[in-house]
Design a protein around this ligand. Sequence first.
Ligand code: PMP
Ligand code: GLN
Length: 387
Amino acid sequence: MNLNQVFASQGTTVFTVMSALAVEHGAINLGQGFPDVDGPEAIRRLAAERLIDGPNQYPPMTGIPELRQAVSRHNKRFYDLDYDWQSEVIVTSGATEALSDCIMALLNPGDEAIVLEPFYDCYLPQIEQTGATVKAVSLKPPQWSIPEDLLEAAFSDKTKLVVLNSPMNPASKVFTGEELSVLARLLEKYDAYAVCDEVYEHLTFDGRKHVPLASLPGMRERCLRIGSAGKTFSLTGWKVGYISGPEALINVVSKAHQFVTFTTCPALQYGVAHGLEMEEDYFTGLASELEGKRDFLRQTLEGIGLPVLPCDGTYFMTADIAKFGFNGSDYDFCKHITANAKVAAVPMSVFYHPSSQAKPNNLVRFCFCKKDNVMAEAAERLNGFFG
Ligand code: PMP
Ligand code: GLN
């Protein structure tokens, strides 16, 4: 059988593997990133009413007008970005679909796409299945700064796009204005595009503000900006995403979307439209609540002797296990603590290109978007095991 090489060669994602292992061992799951409290009740009620009252047939292919208008207004309100809701915004079934649509719409076989390593797991297969080649530029912990020389060296006349994930999963990095400017300069110089995975746009800490690459001079025409209701409203199971970009790009992205899913559940779209219009304090409240959980996890990990890396945003914190002198890989360590400490985590090495020279063996990602009592129980278990 000669099946598709990209997908036939894939394993099961680390999130699925570690979540199953957590269930098997009765472990607290700080591996896969999802909150254990559902997002705002008003959003869920509105969607529930729509589910009962309808409409429940195919909504417009690019999304219901109410949600596209809300995405457009959200872009203006938070970033002063102008996108025409009819021609420059489309709704997708999650950011995963949005990424796939954008990547398929931009790449031809033989093109090159740059990713910053460590990178979210779906980028590599999504790019490779188009026949394009991935060039990974490794960022170095603990600061994960963009190395201008290495980034420029990765560009060539075949470079079609860069995937930028800020705030960044798994490194918890929010790229600085300076780093974004470096990328902007190179995109212009090499006439390339950016697929901007901004699903954690509202989850930034210590007063940091998310800055979309699209808001830099000249960048609006080169960027496809992706958001997700999963992260912004703690509704990861809903799979409602949205893309904003210039009409010329969105036109082709919508052609990919129409043959991948065509549409997204209308009732959920009504709920998310309401969410995006919520008052500012919802968005700031979400970030400050998570910031408290981050600080608690940091104290816990440092308390058992694990140094942690900076965490500017997202659901995740990285710990350095080198000092433990654990005999095995980061993956083995995660399996070990899942089975024995009864707390699951995710190894950082899975977020690297298979042939990467930079793959670490000493970094482990913990998720902190869990109820306070769950975080406290996880702390107790880790203390009991390592303390
Ligand atoms: N990008 C990143 C960086 C993510 O962490 C995730 C997972 N939540 C996604 C995209 C996918 O988002 P969605 O669940 O909306 O498909
Ligand atoms: N984005 C989530 C994480 O990084 C997981 C999403 C998934 O399971 N595909 O943990």
